[in-house]
Write a protein that binds this ligand. Structure first.
Ligand SMILES: Nc1ncnc2c1ncn2[C@@H]1O[C@H](COP(=O)(O)OP(=O)(O)OP(=O)(O)O)[C@@H](O)[C@H]1O
Length: 385
């Protein structure tokens, strides 16, 4: 049960959590004619857990969310909230609340009235209780001063805060958020996501959060579910998804820039490709290496002769290097404390993450190295070996 207390020195706060129910998505499929929007998706969300649904456009994220909301029926599989199947249960009979990409606030109502209406009609609260809950929720979101304002007189960020407030105010045990912050500017998105996560945690609501922004998914989700072509590629904590991608798709989708992936042919214990040959497990058809695992060593040729190959001292013993390619720096991008350097090698253009203090200039000849322990191998079906 959620409990509200009123501290002497501030707005009401929710002190107890665990209001959420578990969600079991069990072999869900959804076809639209020949289009398989979802294929055999199975995942469980724990009570109070936030799972981010991440994938490119058309991967099935919204369809999965709409099935959870009851706006769409699956073609196969089951959906349970707290062990109770929701198939055939009308949206308004499900204990869910949804936040859409577009605010969908009533334009003729103030912020307070928008929330109050949802609580009176959606949850059947008596007027006084609905107004009190609405005010408290606006305060929790730091927008109490907007209570009397209509949507037309709010900024986009304020409108979306009110829309999120309306969904959270209902205290539904499942909250579904469909790209709730797209359309807002970058800084506002970061601020708002911190607030949303904080609120969801305080309320203990089970949440599914759809986004195609991987940084947002990794920041918001206790776990991230990566979808591609209607299939669940992997579900795991942000660390698991990043450090141990289950498939080649996840490896190349997560990370900025993502993992460098190169194809080859395996024989005699090695993966052979254009410009490389590596010791590799049997069945490997591709290897991947994260940009931060490549060690960049200057190998420039100057007018007076060669610079020593290890002019930039690398903390990796040469003998253990599985990968060693040479090339030329083609782009160098400064990103805060780090720099991403793109190097054209015989194995194609590889992205390398270096400390911003290291400045390999464009046109510089460099060697890239990586020990075997940092390489990931994939089989012909794209699964990690
Ligand atoms: N009502 C529909 N009728 C026909 N096809 C549909 C319908 N809804 C979704 N689809 C198709 O199902 C697939 C998945 O769509 P969905 O909207 O779930 O993807 P998404 O990952 O949410 O994409 P986006 O990030 O662009 O919103 C797409 O190929 C889409 O065209």
């Amino acid at each position: 049960m959620t409990r509200i207390t009123e501290p002497a020195d501030g707005p009401a706060v929710v002190t107890a959590a665990t209001a959420g129910v578990p969600i079991e998505i069990d072999g869900l499929g959804r076809s639209f004619g020949p289009v398989h929007a979802l294929r055999d998706v199975t995942l469980t969300v724990a009570p109070g857990e936030i799972v981010a649904l991440l994938g490119p456009s058309g991967s099935g994220k919204s369809t999965l969310l709409r099935i959870c909301a009851g706006l769409e029926e699956p073609t196969s599989g089951d959906l349970r909230f707290g062990a109770v199947s929701q198939l055939g249960v009308a949206p308004h009979r499900r204990d869910v609340s949804m936040v859409f990409q577009h605010f969908a606030l009533y334009p003729h109502l103030t912020a307070l009235e928008n929330l109050t209406l949802a609580l009176r009609h959606g949850r059947g609260l008596p007027k006084a209780a609905a107004v009190a809950r609405a005010r408290e929720t606006l305060d929790m979101l730091g927008i109490g001063e907007l209570a009397a304002r209509r949507p037309a007189k709010m900024s986009g960020g304020q409108r979306q805060r009110v829309a999120i407030g309306r969904a959270l105010a209902t205290r539904a045990r499942v909250i579904l958020l469909d790209e709730p912050m797209s359309g807002l500017d970058a800084q506002l998105r970061v601020d708002l996501r911190v607030e949303i996560v904080g609120l969801l945690r305080r309320l203990g609501t089970t949440a599914l959060f759809v986004t195609h922004d991987q940084a947002e998914a990794m920041a918001v989700g206790d776990r991230v579910a990566v979808l591609s072509g209607g299939r669940l590629q992997q579900i795991g904590t942000p660390d698991e998804i990043y450090d141990r991608p289950a498939t080649r798709f996840v490896a190349a989708f997560i990370g900025s820039p993502p993992m460098n992936v190169r194809e080859g042919r395996w024989h005699d214990g090695q993966l052979h490709g254009d410009g490389f040959a590596l010791p590799a497990p049997a069945g490997a058809t591709a290897f991947g290496v994260r940009p931060e695992h490549l060690v960049l060593v200057a190998a420039a040729s100057t007018g007076s002769g060669s610079v020593p190959a290890d002019a930039v001292v690398a903390p990796v013993a040469l003998a253990s290097d599985a990968l060693r390619v040479t090339g030329e720096v083609v782009v160098s991008e400064r990103l805060g404390a780090e720099r991403t350097v793109y190097v054209r090698t015989s194995a194609g253009v590889l992205a390398v993450r270096v400390d911003a203090a290291e400045v390999p200039g464009v046109g510089m000849r460099v060697t890239l190295r990586a020990p075997l322990s940092t390489l990931t191998f994939f089989d012909a079906a794209g699964a990690r070996i």
